[in-house]
Design a protein around this ligand. Sequence first.
Ligand code: PAF
Length: 283
Amino acid sequence: MKIIRSPKEMQKICRDFKRRGKSIGFVPTMGYLHRGHLNLVKIAGSKSDVVVVSLFVNPAQFGPREDFHRYPRNFKRDWLLLEKSGCDYLFAPGVRAMYPEGYHTYVNVEKLTGHLEGAVRPGHFKGVTTIVAKLFNLVQPDIAVFGQKDAQQAVVLKKMVDDLNYGIKMIIAPTVRERSGLACSSRNQYLSSEERKQAKVLYQSLQLAKEMIKNGERSVNRLVSKMNKFIDKQPLAEIDYIAVTNAHTLELLNKLKGEVLISLAVRFGKTRLIDNIKTKLRK
Ligand code: PAF
């Protein structure tokens, strides 16, 4: 595995592969890798000749009161994990290389970014789409792999790829979970052992919702209220939102119908966790 720091060099390497007819699979990350990321790398490897993983904690997607400075970083650990998991190139640029002095260009997907995470984290998705657009221009992947845990991010990035004619195949991989059901996330390492124990309530509440739907529940109000009550039993959990939306348009629903995304964000102390499930209703 080669480590590349310079955007220009990364672009040249990828251009050379493309010229030789090789397909490129790409996994953008912010590092502090877990099993979920390694699964994305494995998927990229199974579908392309060359695998590029980027590691860049992107300041543009963190709000002023968010955790950019304390976001977990461990380059050596990530490097060793990637070396064992079929990554060919690790692209790890510095902040100044991606956003040089006088940088002024941003990519923004409208509408889809106004609610859910976008409502609570203003500017977050503009930061995500800008960095992913830049990375796509450097790496020129044939396929790019993202995780379903960041459900809104997946919908927004797919829209960007369509709207800007990138011609990249977007693969959204299922969420990888800990044994307790807690979704793997770099932010889980902030949790104390008691918070971690209680944090499985996110997954359990989603399972509860799934069960209610299976038993015929079609009212969003009743579903959300049950989930609320269930989560509130955990003394350390503070609900940011629970939302039921159309899985493709992300529009809020009153009645459960079609393909539905149930997503939630819950705080445990200073740590904010998100999770979701997608479910298709027949009637
Ligand atoms: O999902 C993430 O880790 C980030 O949002 C991404 C896509 C790497 C962009 O910085």
